[in-house]
Write a protein that binds this ligand. Sequence first.
Ligand code: GLN
Length: 294
Amino acid sequence: MTGENILGRMTSVRQLAAMGTARLKAAGVECADYDAKQLLFHCTGLTEGTYLADPQRRVTQEVQDRYDRLIHFREQRIPLQHILGHAWFYGREFTVNSDVLIPRPDTEVLVEEALKAIRPGDDVLDVCTGSGCILLTIACEQKIRTGLGTDISAKALAVAEQNLTRLAGEMAGGVPAFAQGDLLDPAAGKVFDVIVSNPPYIPSRVIPGLAPEVRDHDPLGALDGGEDGLAFYRRLAAGAEKALKPGGVIFLEIGYDQAQAVSGLLRDASFTDITVIRDYGGNDRVIRGVYGRS
Ligand code: GLN
């Protein structure tokens, strides 16, 4: 009896994780097991390694209550990254909140492709920078000369600035700057070697059917690409030539079914060598185009 009482009060971390997983599954969370463990690690300070080394480890009631609250948030379909306050992107941790799009693994393909083209000393422009994940990763990986990240949202740029501070010690060369404004406007009068952008590209009518984590917690302005999802590509394709040096390259993240339409827009804007790159799921994900060479 006494033993039972003690067990009742002192739950093991394995039991907690199992309870968390069951609750998240019931709430329709896709990666219930993973999320339950990440939340457990967050409130216990355990790591995958220390957890596996001693899954019978007991935790106090206080920790259990804290875990219960975190699981409750996730049951409400608040994204894991918002509860943790950070997201992993290209091997680095970025601060995120509801003012920025949570960086997606698909976007790592855009970074990877852009890095193949970016040379030391290049000037790089990131349009719709959000958390700054694309530009800051590039600046950590390559010795750029200058980097400029633009976003219409001042709140998003506040997060990008936090991430700049966070990664300041990792910059390989020039330290990027951020500027508020519509698409290419803050870059007026400047020219760049490479433009990267992951603009909002979801057709407006598709948004109500998205997972609650995305629909209710990513900023609508970071998702909504207008009636056909192409509104920002049209404006970017039309304006990019003014912001590129001759031979400069543009990399655009796209939706899985937008390759043809966006290639067409770049072709009409006199871009050449237009290439479509797939993500690791096999979907078209990135379009690359060269300005002013034939
Ligand atoms: N550039 C940021 C990202 O890729 C934000 C993109 C956006 O807000 N559409 O995560």
